[in-house]
Design a binder for this molecule. Structure first.
Ligand code: GDP
Ligand code: CA
Length: 316
């Protein structure tokens, strides 16, 4: 069985760990969001690719859900002693090694897809991890701050401002000219089905789908998604602020309706959102409810198993 998954960070990584357990023989390709990438201190950081790589490779900080386990922060401490920022972005010493190597290989002319492959040689994530594109795509958030409209890099809005300042617009800058990375369209085309893990519908899945060619390729396949929204709120993070910015209500029904029945074939919601199962807005979609909290690898595997079963059931 070939399964292709579009992935953001923490929600995706935990789901994928469950999927690997639920479908140990499946050939899984993960297409990761790179709209969150940025370059503190000139280091190329790919937060979503790294979260997936560390989680599946056994090097994640379980408490944070991102970054390395057993971290120290000597480098950032030394930089702070020089008064060098940004101080709001956490970068542990072990994590910095990943970013140094990525930056070095990119500077030597390797595309991000090749660099990601190189980093995964160490972590052996048990999936093929591809960036959505080798071309730069940067998610920008337009806010009103200090009395004027400002265009912020996604990380500045999300991490520094905790998405507490309302977003007027969210834009994947560069997406329109970006090309899918080598292997991306083939992985979608060759898949038995595509899964959307519980990832941010706007700045993770939405940004991946904004790369020309990806949405059309996905649309041609059977697609099953897992709701990142339970009981009208994100499970963690501030996805509600992103949904509000694009005019979508923070509910399991509204997120599925936003993707639409042209894209999605099946949708898993939490038992709290059972009303989605026969919601008229979701006519034409197979909706199932079940517990959707990924509290352990075992519960994530149960969710992944349900997603696979639903995909096989609705497969066209
Ligand atoms: P990020 O890049 O780290 O923000 O990660 P993602 O794009 O993967 O999005 C995280 C999304 O996963 C958020 O919208 C959360 O609400 C959702 N999420 C996190 N943990 C869980 C969980 O246990 N169950 C479900 N259903 N969603 C979750
Ligand atoms: Ca992210």
């Amino acid at each position: 069985m070939r399964i292709t998954v579009l992935a953001g960070g923490v929600g995706a990584a935990r789901f994928l760990r469950g999927l690997r357990a639920a479908a140990p023989d499946a050939d899984i390709t993960v297409i990761g969001n790179t709209g969150d990438d940025f370059a503190p201190f000139g280091l190329h950081v790919s937060p979503d690719l790294d979260t997936v790589m560390y989680t599946l490779g056994g090097g994640i900080s379980e408490e944070q859900g991102w970054g390395r386990d057993g971290e120290s922060h000597a480098v950032l401490g030394e930089l702070a002693a020089y008064g060098a920022g940004p101080g709001w972005f956490g970068l542990g010493d072990k994590d910095i090694a990943t970013h140094i190597l990525r930056t070095q290989l990119l500077a030597a002319g390797q595309p991000l897809s090749a660099v990601t492959r190189r980093l995964c040689e160490r972590w052996q994530p048990g999936v093929t991890l591809l960036p959505m594109s080798d071309d730069p795509v940067r998610t920008h958030v337009t806010v009103e701050l200090d009395g004027r409209e400002q265009d912020l890099h996604f990380q500045e809005w999300w991490v520094r401002l905790h998405a507490a300042v309302p977003a007027r617009r969210i834009e994947a800058v560069g997406a329109a000219r970006a090309r899918p990375a080598p292997g991306v369209l083939a992985a979608i085309g060759d898949a038995d089905f595509v899964l959307f893990p519980p990832s941010n519908p706007v700045v993770s899945i939405g940004v991946i789908l904004a790369v020309p060619g990806i949405a059309d390729a996905v649309q041609a396949k059977t697609v099953v998604g897992v709701s990142p929204i339970i009981g009208g709120a994100p499970v963690r993070g501030m996805a509600d602020a992103c949904l509000t910015a694009i005019g979508v209500e923070t509910s399991a029904i509204a997120v599925a309706a936003h993707y639409g029945s042209g894209l999605l074939d099946g949708w898993l919601v939490d038992d709290q959102d059972k009303d989605a199962v026969d919601a008229p807005e979701l006519a034409g979609l197979a909706v199932r409810s079940r517990p959707l909290y990924m509290t352990s690898v075992a519960t994530a595997a149960e969710i992944a198993r349900a997603a696979v079963e639903l995909a096989l059931e609705v497969r066209r």
